[in-house]
Design a protein around this ligand. Sequence first.
Ligand SMILES: NC(=O)c1ccc[n+]([C@@H]2O[C@H](COP(=O)([O-])OP(=O)(O)OC[C@H]3O[C@@H](n4cnc5c(N)ncnc54)[C@H](O)[C@@H]3O)[C@@H](O)[C@H]2O)c1
Length: 177
Amino acid sequence: MRALLDRGDEVRGIDNLSTGRRENLSEVLKRIDFRQVDILDLDATRQACEGVDYVLHQAAIPSVPKSVLDPLGSNRANADGTLNVLVAARDAKVKRAVYAASSSAYGDTPTLPKHEAMNPNPISPYAVAKLTGEYYMISFYRCYGLETVSLRCWPARLRRRNARDACSTSRPDGAPL
Ligand SMILES: NC(=O)c1ccc[n+]([C@@H]2O[C@H](COP(=O)([O-])OP(=O)(O)OC[C@H]3O[C@@H](n4cnc5c(N)ncnc54)[C@H](O)[C@@H]3O)[C@@H](O)[C@H]2O)c1
């Protein structure tokens, strides 16, 4: 977001602040159109997409352990939420939607380096929901012509993330998820 503002783009941001914190936006809050919106609220997500050229979809519950404890909640935020974003983006005729997908799609496949031609092998409910989002991205291009891009991100230590929300890629016994 900071990079977009620095290059002169107008930015509208939505977040339900379930794990995100408003303080994290303090540097930029006056320069963006921030709305506290849940992507599970289709009407509000549609309104947020009105007049927008590009959607950068980052919202998620990005936690393997939480998804193991609550697969329904994970699926709602990560799969249903992504579908809502796509419907809203399609209806608002945005030029492109870019999705933060997850390297968890590779599961415990031992092959290195990983590459996109490999068959997905998701293990955790989080991985399945994020991969479902990728398939929806492809489907919305094929069915509706909405240009979509999925970027399979790798785990990163994030300065602003609450420690309690950290993503884990293994079970407590060390087995991969
Ligand atoms: N950080 C990583 O290591 C990593 C690795 C692979 C993929 N990803 C993906 O990248 C994206 C961003 O990850 P992050 O680490 O910045 O996550 P984060 O937890 O820091 O941010 C996610 C944000 O989504 C918001 N959110 C959750 N549910 C929502 C909902 N229903 N409606 C609106 N907002 C909602 C949260 O409040 C939070 O601010 C996620 O989609 C994640 O799956 C992250």
